[in-house]
Design a protein around this ligand. Sequence first.
Ligand code: URA
Length: 199
Amino acid sequence: MSKEKTGKLEKMKEIRDEILNLEESPLYQDRIKNGVFPVIGEGSHDAEIMFIGEAPGKNEAKTGKPFCGVSGKILDELLNHIGVDRKDVYITNVVKDRPTNNRDPKPFEIEIYSPFLDRQIEIIKPKIIATLGRFSMEYIIKKFGLEDKLEPISKLHGKKIEIPDLEMIIVPLYHPAVAVYNRNMLDELKKDFEILKNK
Ligand code: URA
């Protein structure tokens, strides 16, 4: 393995170990009580596309893998639609532990977990950050100081947002869960995903 690859792996392991021991997070307490796992992320550390969801759901916390439940099936279908292999992208979430009953993540939970996401972005240095859902969209747009570009996801989905001075763009996408019971949304998502391929 090249020195660069080993370095990335080591840094990712440090992140994993810190999250495993994140006792100050209330979600850590739930994780231990329920005997489940955090979801660190999965995929290539050299990925050009990094997908960022919200937080693990039930299946994800059971397995420690991102997007492995119903939303994951949709995500797989969308990747398949643009001919991209899941192993060639990196998939993670803003919040790494499951909020009880799949409720929305709270601002202080995003605050606790987002420094880990920041470090993952720094390690992978993707060309495209594809956010899945409004929580990751808002976090990423603000992180790069682009508050003036912030609009509702219904306006921003499928558009690319350039990050000045960095060879990186943000592409806000709807969360795949919106398509679970709605084929029209699936078509919309498919169209939006095509922009990832065209880049
Ligand atoms: N929803 C998310 O936002 N992330 C997952 O990993 C699964 C479902």
